[in-house]
Design a protein around this ligand. Structure first.
Ligand SMILES: Cc1cc2nc3c(=O)[nH]c(=O)nc-3n(C[C@H](O)[C@H](O)[C@H](O)COP(=O)(O)OP(=O)(O)OC[C@H]3O[C@@H](n4cnc5c(N)ncnc54)[C@H](O)[C@@H]3O)c2cc1C
Length: 406
């Protein structure tokens, strides 16, 4: 029997969720689904909008990702949004303090505060950094103007999620071709031995075929050690690859929030139920944790595990389900997206498919988040941005799949 959450004044126990990204919103949605109103939920994050990085890759290509107002979304769930930043956790007192000096007590605390990006290497354009999208747009303009002969998309050593660089390379080639400017060569260098190695052989083979079809050169088993004029030095081995411009993604470090246990890189250690090691009543999900792959879908699975553990502790008839760890990725291309899935425990064969493997087929495959976002955006003016026909649809969505009910 899990120990019950108890609030001294007898009211529903307070669950404080910290963060405004996919891990935080999935936690809130799963809590409402599993524990109903048995818990009082408050979310603390400075953000006005849900943070949803996966769609940032479409912005340089002239598409506007949909925005989700966080306060409105939380309002529909009966959850208070406190627009503040948590500055410290006080484990003994079971409370957090915020940038405004507010003290917020909790019976259970969920930290979904993401990771920090390290400064980019000198000379590289870092996508996912503050100016990445604008710089990539400028790079496309320069390429169209004939100023760039070779773009190298470089997956950094220890990258926690390499897929966006494959998308950027693919979309760049397609974009330049559609503008009648096919003279810029595009290549990828990555520490992986094969493309998107995380997903295993078959999926990797699909991605390789796609790269070959687009003329994108794949260089596996290396990373950029130094950017020189017109070329990049690759380690190990010291090979020089032609590169007028190098596009990369930031290397991540943990948040190292005062009062919270963390490893040497600042990441929060968690068990399979998302409980933070050595911090009673505290859970953590998403990029902030010591889970090695930093990916939105995995973040939502951690959130679901946490919500089931808290719901059980709040007295709901729920069995705590541990973190599943199924990797699901949607690779955007200018044609049909590719759906990739791999069970990291090895129970199911890795696959790759042009038809959706989950529903709704969103970038972040969250059990509660995906249908919630589909519902929030349905019928709105921005829904067409989420589903621009040339980017998303392949006409082959299986009709037997039904939309999950919230
Ligand atoms: C370009 C790009 C493309 C990607 N593509 C995919 C994809 O296709 N599929 C996929 O599954 N994943 C993808 N990812 C990874 C995915 O975006 C992340 O794994 C996911 O966003 C992590 O979610 P999170 O909620 O843990 O953290 P974040 O999204 O980083 O959110 C952290 C939140 O916490 C808030 N916060 C931070 N500190 C505090 C504090 N002290 N107090 C209060 N609030 C705080 C922040 O303001 C933010 O709202 C991509 C990432 C990038 C950069």
């Amino acid at each position: 029997m899990p120990d019950r959450l108890h609030r001294p004044d007898g009211k529903p126990p307070r669950v404080v969720v910290v963060g405004g990204g996919v891990a935080a919103l999935e936690t809130v949605l799963a809590l409402r689904a599993l524990a109903g109103m048995r818990v009082e939920v408050e979310l603390i994050a400075p953000d006005d909008e849900l943070r949803y990085p996966p769609l940032e890759v479409i912005e340089p290509f002239g598409l506007t990702p949909p925005r989700v107002d966080l306060t409105d979304a939380l309002d529909t769930l009966g959850v208070l949004h406190r627009r503040e930043r948590v500055t410290a956790v006080h484990l003994q007192e079971q409370c957090v303090t915020t940038s405004q000096g507010t003290i917020v007590p909790y019976e259970a605390l969920v930290l979904a505060i993401g990771a920090r990006a390290l400064p980019p290497p000198a000379g590289a354009l870092t996508f996912g950094g503050p100016n990445g999208r604008r710089q990539l747009q400028a790079l496309l303009d320069d390429s169209v103007a004939g100023l760039v002969e070779q773009i190298l998309f470089a997956v950094p050593l220890g990258a926690a999620w390499p897929l966006p660089l494959y998308e950027l390379a693919t979309l760049t080639v397609q974009r330049l071709r559609s503008l009648g400017s096919g003279s810029t060569a595009v290549s990828i260098v990555t520490p992986e031995r094969v493309p998107l190695e995380l997903f295993g052989g078959r999926a990797s083979g699909h991605v390789r075929e796609q790269l070959d079809a687009l003329g994108i050169a794949f260089n596996g088993g290396g990373h950029v050690a130094e950017i020189l004029r017109g070329e990049a030095r690759i380690a190990p081995g010291g090979e020089l690859l032609p590169a007028d411009r190098v596009v990369t993604m930031p290397t991540l470090r943990g948040p190292a929030l005062p009062g919270v246990p963390h490893d040497a890189d600042g990441f929060i250690p968690v068990d399979r139920h998302g409980a933070v090691t050595g911090a009673y009543g505290v859970y953590a999900a998403g990029d902030a944790t010591d889970q090695p792959i930093k990916q939105g879908g995995l973040a939502t699975q951690q959130a679901d595990a946490i919500a089931s553990a808290i719901a059980a502790r709040a007295g709901a008839a729920v069995t705590p389900e541990p973190f599943a760890g199924v990797l699901r990725g949607m690779l955007l291309t200018a044609g049909a997206p590719r759906y990739l899935e791999a069970d990291r425990s090895g129970r199911s064969a890795p696959t790759g498919s042009p038809t959706p493997l989950w529903w709704p087929p969103t970038k972040v495959a969250g059990r509660y988040l995906a249908p919630f976002l589909a519902q929030q955006l349905a019928g709105s003016a921005i829904a067409s941005d989420l589903n621009p026909p040339e980017m998303w649809r392949d006409g082959s969505i299986p009709c037997e799949v039904t939309l999950p009910v919230l």
